[in-house]
Design a protein around this ligand. Structure first.
Ligand code: SAH
Ligand code: SF4
Ligand code: F3S
Length: 535
């Protein structure tokens, strides 16, 4: 069937097969999609904006909640109908759902031709090539690559981690990427060792692996050379980053990715053993800040509320280009629920951490995540979560209804006993409380001058909620003038009018001074201040 596929041409020149790639889930997936796109483009594949014109449709999937998976399955179902009517298209699932489901999915869903887990994305070109070479599409030819039984088993050999090559060889497209190629993600840690009882990520992304600091700095430097001015460092528990030098070195002397030291190392300060030379997260931040000064904004997500040392806060205080912004999910305000979630901290420890952060940086901006309706959550537990949200100056919280996930400890240990209607009502209650807190946090900014990184025209979608996230909406202002929206260093969405004399589009990707004159729960409004030259 594939052999009959028509080779597309531009000006009579043959071009590679056309791929449509849609991404679900978190920033890790967005980065993976960018890397995979660069890799495939370098091999001659073309990327198209519409699934209808593609030879290959790929979904980079998320498994964190059932709703995220359902979205993908409904897309796949539509393609199945088209295939039944005779459309020739290769359908592939990449990412966490592919990893979680494994090859059994190919049996259940014959319309899927390819599965590739997040730990195997470096093999994707080979998989695609095999399929496109025109083999008959028998079940045996459909391919699945997962990592959990091979690369990321207990015998994981970080030295063989060719994913590192994918990160390092990123083919940066100056017109692509976020905000016209001015913002980029850089992974510092893969995987997660935390095993929160509700969460699939340790299963889908595998054990924590830390990248060598030189490779990270080199990637930041390369991005800055291409015009990137904002870098967001990525890790599931980003503050757990630590690299022990001399422990994993290639035969040519290059440092290699390294399996994380485990949480106890943070408790006892023993990562790598006494006397070993380490690069901590604070060291890494300081290195990137000092060695790549062209990066005007250095951010990082997601922080874990434990093991966030004062050394990190000091670096944040001392380095002006590190954004004073933390995404540090609490998940619940009840100690009983936190313990069932295996989060490893109490509410008072979370509060102490926030107090420490706020006294070190009174202008810090804090965001979080909350799960409502975790098994056995009572009204009393939920009230405690409401109290936490009321008393911490969160700029926003992503609120999720608990979704039991196959393969997690929670689904085996606890019945999903909070009725859907109760989950929904708790979610709405929390959003209403958060709305008031957000309003107060945003109103504090009235009169202040902020450097705004301009992202797009208008307000729509200035902050898109990832799959399944429910956020507070914000009003879309109307008016004749062109409007731009962007973010402050603290990640507050800011909308401002552009004078008719100024080309609005020329400001996208720039950092400009904006004086805030009003605030809504999810939005600041202001005016361009002073010279219109970007900061
Ligand atoms: N590593 C990050 C979170 C990654 S997953 C951290 O620990 O903070 C993003 C968010 O999805 C989590 O913070 C949690 O709030 C939510 N989440 C994860 N699993 C979930 C589940 N089974 N049901 C509902 N929400 C979930
Ligand atoms: Fe999931 Fe917990 Fe790891 Fe975050 S820290 S990715 S919630 S297991
Ligand atoms: Fe991200 Fe979803 Fe996987 S949140 S790590 S894409 S399960």
């Amino acid at each position: 069937m594939r052999g009959s596929m028509v080779t597309p041409t531009i000006h009579n020149q043959p071009i590679g097969p056309a791929i449509y790639l849609e991404t679900f889930g978190c920033q890790m997936n967005e980065l993976d999609s960018e890397l995979v796109t660069g890799h495939l483009q370098a091999l001659g594949y073309q990327f198209v904006d519409q699934p209808g014109t593609a030879d290959v449709v790929l979904f980079n999937t998320c498994s964190v909640r059932e709703q995220a998976e359902n979205k993908v399955f409904s897309r796949v179902g539509r393609l199945r109908q088209e295939k039944d009517k005779g459309r020739e298209v290769v359908v592939g699932l990449l990412g966490c759902l592919a990893e979680r489901e494994g090859s059994g999915l190919l049996q259940r869903r014959p319309e899927i031709d390819l599965l590739c887990g997040p730990g195997e994305l470096d093999h994707l070109p080979m998989l695609l090539d095999n399929i496109l070479k025109g083999q008959a599409v028998e079940a045996a030819d459909r391919v699945a690559l997962q990592g959990s039984n091979s690369r990321r088993s207990a015998a994981l050999s970080a030295a063989e981690d060719s994913l590192e090559v994918l990160d390092l060889s990123r083919a940066f497209d100056p017109d692509g990427g976020a905000i016209g190629g001015r913002a980029a993600y850089v992974r510092i840690t893969r995987g997660c060792n935390k095993f929160c009882t509700y969460c699939v990520v340790p299963n889908t992304r595998g054990a924590e692996v830390h990248r060598p600091p030189d490779a990270i700095v080199q990637e930041c430097r390369a991005l800055a050379d291409q015009g990137v001015i904002e870098i967001t460092l990525l890790g599931q528990t980003v503050n757990h980053y630590v690299y022990v030098h001399g422990a994993a070195v290639s035969s040519c002397g290059d440092e290699l990715p390294q399996v994380g030291p485990g949480l106890s190392a943070f408790r006892n300060g023993t990562a790598g053993g006494p006397g070993s030379r380490k690069t901590s997260f604070a060291d890494l931040l300081a290195r990137i800040h000092d060695e790549v000064p062209e990066i005007k904004r250095l951010r990082f997500v997601t922080s874990y509320p434990r093991d966030f040392g004062d050394d990190i806060l000091q670096v944040m205080q001392q380095c002006p280009r590190i954004c004073r912004y933390l995404h540090v999910p609490a998940q619940s305000g009840s100690d009983r629920i936190l313990s069932r979630m295996n989060r490893g901290y109490s509410v008072s420890q979370y509060r102490e951490f926030i107090d420490r952060v706020c006294s070190a940086m009174p202008d810090v901006s804090i965001a979080g995540d909350i799960i409502v309706g975790f098994p056995t959550e009572t009204d009393e537990d939920f009230d405690q979560t409401c109290d936490l949200i009321r008393s911490v100056p969160f700029k926003n919280n992503f609120v999720f209804k608990y979704s039991p996930r196959p393969g997690t400890a929670a689904i085996n240990r606890f019945e999903d006993d909070v009725p859907e209607a109760v989950k929904r009502s708790r979610l709405n209650t929390l959003l209403a409380i958060q709305s008031e807190v957000s309003r107060t946090v945003h109103e504090r900014e009235i009169g202040h001058l902020h450097e705004v990184f301009v992202e797009k025209l208008g307000t729509g979608g200035a902050q898109q909620a990832p799959a399944g996230r429910v956020e507070l909406g914000w009003e879309t202002p109307v008016g004749p003038q062109a409007q731009l929206s962007g973010r402050t260093p603290g990640d507050l969405i800011t909308v401002f009018d552009v004078p008719p004399t100024q080309s609005a589009e020329s400001l996208i990707g720039e950092i400009v001074p904006v004086r805030v004159h009003s605030a809504a729960p999810r939005l600041l409004r202001g005016s361009l201040e002073g010279a219109l030259n970007p900061v």
